[in-house]
Design a protein around this ligand. Structure first.
Ligand code: SAH
Length: 246
């Protein structure tokens, strides 16, 4: 087998939402470099003797700078044949997989991308919220909520959020008040439906529903990882809620 780094998605939490391809490379791996968002159950699939390197990245607990992670992957690639860089959800959706792949390319290391089921659509689905739905909205967007919306040179065009699009904010809970205030400030209705989904697709899934105006107070103490979904489609949860009832 040729030496290769697999930048693989682990899915959003529920182990069965991992792709067959990711599962195959996990089984073949000599080393697995993984994030905090990866369900640890997945690691049990690895072969005996596989090395595990935890590079636990989760916002607000930045354990390790990206440069260091890039270097760890590279060093693992020098040592092993089958290197799996396993990331929560999809490696290219706010996963910094692109940066890691670029680093490997610079170093002349072969890599392969294995997309994963991103939390941005699957977690709403487990909460009974379709990100698009006829008669509600024809599009959705996924945004990082990491940035302070009042930052002067913000790269986010907040004005553009005044649409009927569904907006999924990842990495957003710590900024929830700033984000919801900003959306109201730029002209979204304060009654726009919102949901917070915590630990989606897992046994600990929690969903809180409200409006732009009151979701912040309702979010108090909700565990991470969590996301905010904004838009009329949130109303569909009332009828489409299913996971909590399984
Ligand atoms: N690459 C990942 C996203 C990484 S950003 C993907 O495609 O899913 C990390 C953010 O994803 C978290 O801050 C949170 O907003 C969201 N997230 C990931 N898994 C989640 C889960 N199971 N439940 C709720 N939010 C989740």
């Amino acid at each position: 087998m040729t030496k290769k780094v697999y930048l693989a998605g682990a899915g959003p939490g529920d182990i069965e939402l991992m792709t067959l391809k990711s599962a195959r490379v996990v089984k073949e791996a000599d080393v697995i470099i993984y994030d905090k968002l990866v369900n640890p159950e997945i690691l049990k699939m690895a072969k005996e003797g596989c090395e595990f390197i935890f590079v636990g990245k989760e916002y607000a607990k930045h354990l390790m700078p990206q440069e260091e992670i890039n270097e760890i992957i590279y060093q693992a690639a020098l040592k092993y044949e089958v290197i799996v860089r396993l990331k929560g959800g999809d490696p290219f959706v706010f996963g910094r997989g692109g940066e890691e792949a670029l680093y490997l390319k610079e170093k002349g290391i072969k890599f392969e991308i294995i997309p994963g089921i991103t939390s941005s659509i699957s977690v709403p689905a487990y909460a009974g919220i379709p990100v698009t739905n006829r008669g509600y909205t024809t599009s959705f967007r996924v945004v990082t909520g990491h940035e302070d919306p009042n930052k002067k040179d913000s790269q986010i065009n907040w004005q553009s959020f005044v649409t009927d699009e569904t907006i999924v904010f990842l990495m957003s809970i710590h900024n929830i008040k700033l984000i919801t205030d900003k959306l109201i400030e730029v002209g979204k209705l304060s009654t726009t439906p919102c949901a917070i989904i915590s630990r989606g697709t897992t046994k600990e899934q929690k969903v809180v529903v409200g409006t732009l105006e009151n979701i912040t107070e309702k979010s108090n103490g909700i565990p991470t990882p969590a996301m905010i979904v904004v838009g009329e489609v949130v109303k569909l949860r009332e009828d489409l809620k299913w996971f909590e009832e399984v």
